[in-house]
Write a new protein. Sequence first.
Length: 119
Amino acid sequence: MEFYKFDKESGKQISKFNSNFIMSRIIQTNKITNIGCMHLDRKGIVGYHQAVGPQLLLILNGEGYVRNEKEEYFKVEAGDAVFWGNDEWHETKTDVGLTAIVIESEELNPASFMPLKNH
């Protein structure tokens, strides 16, 4: 399990085409990629299971806790990204609710675009 940041501070200013915004790059793929949005209400949980492929969880709002095969939970909040490798056991849960984007693809390499988060 690896932790990354995609918050505003990890992005870059874009001014091309008379633009004025911050872009936090996340991932680039050439192979089939599945992207979904998860909505966990209060006390929501994505039960402990094995990843069917590399998976990137991007916390958009709210907060929660994640773990891998170890019993230790790590707090995550908006702007955090969690990466689990192929076949890695993991779980996500929240007390207050959270919304997250999930990206699944054989060729995910989040370190190419996002800075690691110190945990």
